[in-house]
Design a protein around this ligand. Structure first.
Ligand SMILES: [Fe+2]
Length: 423
């Protein structure tokens, strides 16, 4: 995988400087001057992405809400698996009952391609839709964001990478079917260039998110574990990083506590309805948090491992998160102590930094074992191959957000610790 490093660095650095705006006509109402007045504290630039309707059965509001957003004919974006399960049909029927017609576009694949989004945009224009409804996981929601942009702007989507100014586009409703990426709560649409395989980022938010935990009641165990651990990684990296604000902190802390209690239950199917509700809520909270703070070391390494070994994103995050927290303990001990407490690890007052890092990392590894997440070795990855991704990590778009610059040798050491300590 190639990364458009210059572009990503520009986006990341703007977030780090707390100056990032929507880059679209609907510039965030929370946009503030970049510098505070002399003698006064810095402003808090907390972004709001889109309204959220949350709760079991919320899916049934989609037709009414599309109508309220002014839609009469929408592009229904999904993937072949969800079409097969009948979910796209359920949404189309609900829309129709409210007098909203729909045209299905199901050409979304994992690691969504810009070319597919361009094709979706072309259908949206040809069919003269006045709205987009995206039903699926992160890939579907990111594709929906890109198609939204193309309903209001000339193709291709590559014109709008980064913070390029563009028109708002048609209203977009995001409906997640997993509790993992949190894309419904973020402004990022991560796409893959079909020709070069470079990762690109367009910025667009939904106009409404409908989060219905019922859609996750029967998720397979493996998918529940992998997506749920991604939520934990978003929240932990958001809370213990170099960029934070009080709003993101609150949401990240709540998400960590919910995952610690409810993800194992959701995995075991114990108290399933409540567990799925809480895990989906944690996902949404973590998305809102890292929308403003981004993720850093764990995700930079996870992206690289995933690209090389074709391993699901959440599993890669599981492998890198424990040692990321050990790394962060040396930089932000108070913050990692809060994370340890939220994970119910009960760090004692005055605990030494190294011990705190070990306690937190071990606690997360114990959670991973409860979720029966295989180690890199158990997944057939040799140690030397695992460490060889270190060069890629330095090119990842999350690398500039790592609070301390790390050499390739230091990243190899980090990867070695991650490999050895979770066998
Ligand atoms: Fe993630």
């Amino acid at each position: 995988m190639k990364i458009d490093e210059a572009l990503i660095r520009e986006i990341v650095l703007r977030v780090v400087e707390n100056r990032l705006t929507q880059g679209q006509a609907q510039a965030a109402p929370s946009q503030v001057p970049p510098e505070a007045e002399p003698g006064r504290a810095e402003f808090l630039a907390a972004e709001q992405t889109c309204p959220v309707i949350f709760g079991a059965g919320a899916l049934h509001t989609v037709g009414r809400k599309a109508l309220e957003l002014g839609c009469r004919k929408v592009l229904l974006v999904s993937d072949p698996g969800l079409v097969k399960l009948g979910l796209a049909r359920r949404v189309a029927d609900n829309l129709r009952a409210s007098g909203v017609a729909s045209v299905l576009f199901d050409r979304v694949q994992p690691n969504p391609l810009d070319a597919d989004c361009n094709a979706g945009g072309e259908i949206a224009r040809r069919e003269k839709v006045d709205g987009v409804v995206a039903v699926g996981g992160g890939s579907v929601m990111d594709s929906g964001k890109a198609i939204k942009v193309l309903t209001g702007n000339p193709p291709p989507i590559s014109k709008y990478y980064g913070a390029a100014a563009c028109e708002r586009g048609a209203p977009l409703i995001l409906i997640p079917t997993t509790a993992g990426t949190g894309s419904e709560s973020t402004k990022y649409a991560v796409l893959t260039d079909a020709k070069t395989h470079e990762k690109k980022v367009a910025l667009a938010t939904g106009d409404l998110a409908i989060c219905d935990p019922e859609l996750t009641y029967r998720l397979p165990k493996g998918l529940t574990a992998a997506t749920g651990v991604d939520v934990l990684a978003h929240a932990c990296e958001s809370y213990a990083g170099g960029v934070h604000n009080p709003k993101a902190d609150l949401l990240a802390r709540a998400a960590i506590g919910k995952i610690a209690v409810w993800l194992p239950k959701a995995y075991r199917g114990e108290n399933n309805e409540t567990a799925r509700y809480e895990v989906m809520l944690a996902c949404s909270f973590a998305g809102m948090a890292f929308n403003e703070t981004l993720c850093h070391l764990g995700h930079a390494a996870a992206h690289s491992i995933g690209a090389v070994f074709n391993i699901p994103h959440g599993i890669c995050c599981a492998w890198t998160l424990p040692e990321t927290m050990a790394f962060c303990a040396a930089l932000y001990p108070e913050r990692v102590a809060v994370i340890a407490a939220a994970l119910q690890l009960e760090p004692r007052p005055g605990i030494a930094v190294a011990e705190l890092g070990q306690l937190t990392a071990d606690g997360i590894r114990a959670l991973l074992r409860q979720l029966e997440i295989k180690s890199p070795r158990e997944s057939g990855i040799e140690r030397d191959d695992f460490l060889a991704v270190a060069g890629l990590v330095r090119k990842d778009f999350c690398y500039p957000v790592i609070p301390v610059s790390l050499s390739e040798a230091e990243i190899r050491e980090f990867l070695g610790r991650a490999y050895d300590s979770y066998q």
